[in-house]
Design a protein around this ligand. Structure first.
Ligand SMILES: C[S@@+](CC[C@H](N)C(=O)[O-])C[C@H]1O[C@@H](n2cnc3c(N)ncnc32)[C@H](O)[C@@H]1O
Length: 196
């Protein structure tokens, strides 16, 4: 079982990150060079804010982070940060997002459905959420943009990746070190958005 007091959790608390997930993003950025100083970043499924913290840390003065979640986030006191409380499946949430930026250089999504303990159901719900995010980014991701997302892995991954290959130049599937050993979470990094 996931132990909330594991070493990454303790490290996160000590270093002021709101979640252990911050380390996953730092690790991914170090290896795959995701963020550039002036990027407009969309953080989908952002609560409690660990990924947004990392993005703000990596961006320069002109960068912005627009974060969305159904749950509240304690404010991150940074003028480059904008939070929208809403469901990503709701059209109103999507129009709120575009009030802050009409297009994004990078979309990061750590979005996760409530887990049921049944791997197939969790996988299916995860796929459905990612498909919703994909529909949205097809309208808002800039040409050559990046899409990084978490997925609860399963049999539909292959067909999802096939679709992504139509949209992006380069796709990588990653299981970062900071991921719990028995978890079925994977990360997919898509670079070089062909449309936009
Ligand atoms: C693993 S957490 C994200 C952790 C975050 N990246 C961090 O570092 O602090 C996943 C989030 O996805 C959010 N979420 C799930 N379904 C959602 C939906 N339909 N719309 C918006 N957010 C959603 C959950 O509320 C939860 O906060």
């Amino acid at each position: 079982m996931y132990n909330r007091k594991d070493s990454f959790y303790k490290k996160a608390k000590l270093e002021g990150y709101r979640s252990r997930a911050s380390y996953k993003l730092l690790e991914l950025n170090q290896k795959y060079k995701l963020f550039r100083k002036n990027d407009a970043v969309l953080d989908v499924g952002a609560a409690p804010g660990g990924w947004s913290q990392v993005a703000l840390q990596l961006l320069g003065e002109k960068g912005i982070v627009v974060a969305v979640d159904i749950l509240d986030i304690n404010p991150l006191n940074d003028k480059r940060f904008h939070f929208i409380k809403g469901d990503i499946r709701d059209e109103n949430t999507l129009s709120e997002i575009t009030k802050y930026a009409s297009s994004f250089d990078i979309v990061i999504s750590d979005i996760a459905p409530n887990t049921t303990g049944q791997k197939f159901v969790d996988h299916q719900n995860s796929i459905n959420l990612i498909k919703t995010v994909m529909n949205f980014i097809m309208k808002t991701l800039k040409k050559n943009g990046i899409f990084l997302f978490k997925l609860f892995d399963g049999e539909e991954r292959e067909s999802l990746v096939k679709d992504l290959k139509e949209l992006f130049e380069d796709i990588k599937i990653i299981r970062p070190d900071a991921t719990r050993k028995n978890s079925f979470e994977i990360y997919i990094i898509c670079k070089g958005y062909k449309l936009g």
